[in-house]
Design a protein around this ligand. Structure first.
Ligand SMILES: NC(=O)c1ccc[n+]([C@@H]2O[C@H](COP(=O)([O-])OP(=O)(O)OC[C@H]3O[C@@H](n4cnc5c(N)ncnc54)[C@H](O)[C@@H]3O)[C@@H](O)[C@H]2O)c1
Length: 378
């Protein structure tokens, strides 16, 4: 392979290990990058399975110990694709070894842990990024750009929901997703993406009032310690108001993310089921055109469009990883990378405020979470 390269090590070979391997393989096809990513090693605890994954993903070597991956001199970037309860320990070790770190969302399983790992990468002066890949869908990026350009005016309301049927079947055996200390929560699993996008577009959240429920409380004779469905009323620092809902118990809803912003001039709506489109209602439009227009977020003037297929062909979920990793690789080695661990920790604080609010049945200020936490070392 010719030209300068970046050595990547991927920790974890599950769904996200595969998605990131795909992103590194496709990013240099879609845009010209100053350095070519080379995934040099992947790690997993089960040698047979990680070896099979390495072969399937086209990765030249594998190890059964992530510590070995972190220490390898040919690895410049440690890309963490394991369950949330493992992120802080692996990211802290990677930063201490002087590696750049990309970490899947949510950054950690508590705000204290997230703040600690944010501090670790800042102390080590290493590039860091969180896997908020939905930002990199062209239509979501266009929505952000239009809001910044004043298309909706002053933001008044933000409405986000993420519905899935992942936990509907009560016979699904217990795994890390049902364990609070390893999986985090549904608030953080689905909600972290929503909160990232909402705060990217409308600024920080000040205060929340949440509720949570776990309908199936035992699986494989083990106690389920995560919420299955949660929702929250939200007050943004700007004075805007919002509602978030995240549920893994919504029958026949596979991954139904919707995000709507209403300003004093217009409305923008993104629906994941039609991910190449945006709905836009402009209050200054002609009265006889009252309603919402459907924007095809594929025009050459739109974000990422020039990297992709001719207008009308659309992109999919995989493209969000290609765009995300492409943006990071393009900025190698100077950076900055965005969103970084600081945003990961800020999102975690909102998740924890919702969790606390649901437990204590009261409005909780995000500042209560950030002020109370003394960062812990993982
Ligand atoms: N950005 C997205 O669109 C998106 C989508 C799904 C999952 N995720 C996130 O990616 C991360 C991984 O999720 P996934 O769906 O790939 O999970 P997965 O279960 O498919 O894979 C998890 C991987 O981590 C390994 N693993 C499990 N427990 C471990 C432990 N205790 N220590 C070390 N390794 C362990 C598994 O062997 C496997 O390789 C999670 O943080 C999840 O929230 C992000």
């Amino acid at each position: 392979m010719s030209g300068p390269q970046i050595g990547i090590g991927i920790v974890g070979y599950g769904m996200m290990g595969k998605a990131h391997a795909y992103g590194y393989a496709v990013a240099p096809l879609m845009r010209k990058l100053p350095y070519r990513p080379q995934v040099r090693v992947i790690s997993g605890r089960d040698a047979t399975r990680v070896a099979a994954a390495a072969a399937a993903y086209g990765i030249q070597s594998w190890v059964a110990d992530w510590g070995e991956l972190v220490r390898r001199p040919d690895v410049d970037v440690v890309d963490i694709c394991t369950p949330p309860g493992t992120h802080a320990e692996i990211a802290t070790a990677a930063a201490a070894a002087g590696k750049a770190v990309i970490c899947e969302k949510p950054l950690a399983v508590s705000y204290a842990q997230a703040a600690s790992v944010r501090d670790a990468v800042e102390r080590a002066h290493v590039l860091n990024a969180v896997g908020f890949n939905y930002r990199r869908l062209p239509a979501v990026s266009l929505m952000k750009r239009m809001i910044d350009e004043g298309a909706v005016g002053k933001v008044r309301l933000v409405r986000g929901s993420w519905l899935s049927d992942e936990f509907v079947d009560p016979t699904i055996p217990f795994d890390w997703r049902f364990d609070r200390s390893m999986g985090g929560s549904t608030i953080a699993d689905l909600g972290s993406h929503l909160i990232d996008m909402a705060t990217w577009m409308a600024g920080p959240v000040d205060e929340v009032s949440g509720q949570s429920e776990t309908f199936v409380r035992e699986r494989s004779r083990r106690e389920v310690t995560v919420d299955e469905a949660s929702s929250a009323l939200v007050r943004f620092a700007s004075g805007a108001r919002g509602v978030f809902e995240m549920a893994r118990t919504a029958v026949r809803r596979p991954c139904d993310l919707t995000l709507e912003v209403n300003g004093d001039r217009g409305t923008l709506v993104f629906e994941y089921a039609r991910l190449n489109e945006l709905l836009y209602g402009d209050g200054q439009d002609r009265a006889d055109l009252y309603g919402m227009r459907r924007i095809r977020a594929e025009h050459s003037s739109h974000p990422y469009a020039k990297d992709w297929w001719p207008i009308g062909q659309g992109v999919g979920y995989g493209s969000s990883f290609v765009n995300h990793l492409g943006d990071l690789l393009e900025r190698w080695p100077e950076g900055p990378w965005d969103p970084g661990f600081a945003q990961g920790a800020a999102v975690q604080a909102v998740c924890e405020a919702i969790e606390r609010s649901a437990a204590e049945r009261r409005w909780v200020q995000v500042a209560e979470v950030t002020a109370a936490a003394s960062p812990v070392r993982p």
